[in-house]
Design a protein around this ligand. Sequence first.
Ligand SMILES: [Zn+2]
Length: 461
Amino acid sequence: MSEQLFWNAEMETKSMDEIHDIQWQKLQKQIKYIYQNSPDFYRPQFVSAGVRPEDIESFEDFRKLPIMRNKEMDRAAQLESMDRYGHSYGTYLCAPLNDVIHIYSTSGTSGEPSFYTFTEQDMKINDECWARTFWRAGIRPGDTVLHGFGLSMWSAGVPIVRALASMGARPIAAGAEGGIERMLMFAHLTKPTALVGTPSLAEYIIEKCPKILGYPASGLGIKTLVVAGAPGAGLPEVRHRITEGFGGAKLFDSSQGAWGLGNVSCDSNEYQGMHVISPEHCIWTDLVDPNSKEPIVLEDGAIGEGVITAFDHQAGPPFRYAFGDTLQLFTAPCSCGTPGWRFKILGRVDDLLNVKGIKVYPAAVRNVINSFAPRTTGEMRIVLDSPPPAVNPPLRIKVEYGVGLIDTEIEALCKELVVKLKNRLRFTAEIEMVKPESLERSTLKGKLIEKTFDETIQKED
Ligand SMILES: [Zn+2]
């Protein structure tokens, strides 16, 4: 059994033509399902668009439908369902509440969590998607896996614990909330061979392991890392630091597993993006222009905002859900030989900065800063004095210099960074060099932006 290349070879090796046929069959059913079962949310949107389910006769017709969900609409629908039905699961809840057996939460920067619903069938699909992901990363039944995501962290928390157990692996649910010392103690005592968590956690472990356990992270025996929740594994320098720090471990990039989304990078030497590994359950490489929300032609290299539609989801199905990530699609075959489409996450649509006409992704800035390691620690913050996306140059950045540098070296490094950022990303930076470990670390998502303006007058994301 351990010789299999895939968890579910039958589904994971289908051609895109076969996948499109399955998607279209399921999509027709799902459109009827949400129309019938969401009288306060989806149905009125079909009505106001002047479209009945039977009018949608092709994928092209489907792609012409307006965006029907996003974060703001979710929040409004949650308030409305609280008023009407006494629960905060949104008016897009299409299944009877009694059938909902699992809730995911998002913290949201506003501090008030949002909750999302899942039936047993929904959870089984999630288990399947994660099993495909973990299998491709080399995790097998019987492996001990350190679970370092926040346990309440969306689909990456408790649902991954469930998914690992259901595929026969042994999750150690340390959870990021417990802090780094507890996490490392769990690792020391249980000897996991794999770690799942955010890329910032992986980097944090590399930094803290020698101080807390007295030996480097490479001594933990972790051979595989599956990271998600933030860019990192796709950035060459971060990738290099993590794999080196864990003594040559393999690093796989994944993205959210809710709603039947399964995505994971492959073992190619150079990062090829994430393979879409459960396209029969959910599409999220449907792209629209982030401003006009018009469909973008789905061809190799296309860039746009990702739009999710789940084909099998019962509880609160996403349908034409613009979720705010900018994706780049790859339809050309991957060097690893596995069929199907791939994508890269370029950043959040909301995070994209516009420095006097130059588009800047904070993650790309971080990659440049990382490329100077060990002269930099890799930690940085873009400092915004006014609400994004427009920034008047220079773009202010705090960068931690590496341990042991003297003043003249720090000064020279600062100048080099400004030149490199200008050459590589075409914007002018004003860099403040700060001491190693002076910027706050996190076991959860790494922070790239520091806002000095008053956010209370801003719209929350
Ligand atoms: Zn590949």
